[in-house]
Design a protein around this ligand. Sequence first.
Ligand SMILES: [Zn+2]
Length: 52
Amino acid sequence: MRVLECPQCHGIDLYYEAGLITGYKYHCKTCNYIGAFVIEREFEVPEKPSEE
Ligand SMILES: [Zn+2]
């Protein structure tokens, strides 16, 4: 699973926003960062511990 991470606050609550002149960019809900650059990160879904 791939997540986008904010370069400013490292939050993952980002959404893609269409700008009229600048084109598409990301908007961070947490710190209000707006920009085209975000960190793409591979997120590993933790496996459920198997009870034996
Ligand atoms: Zn942020």
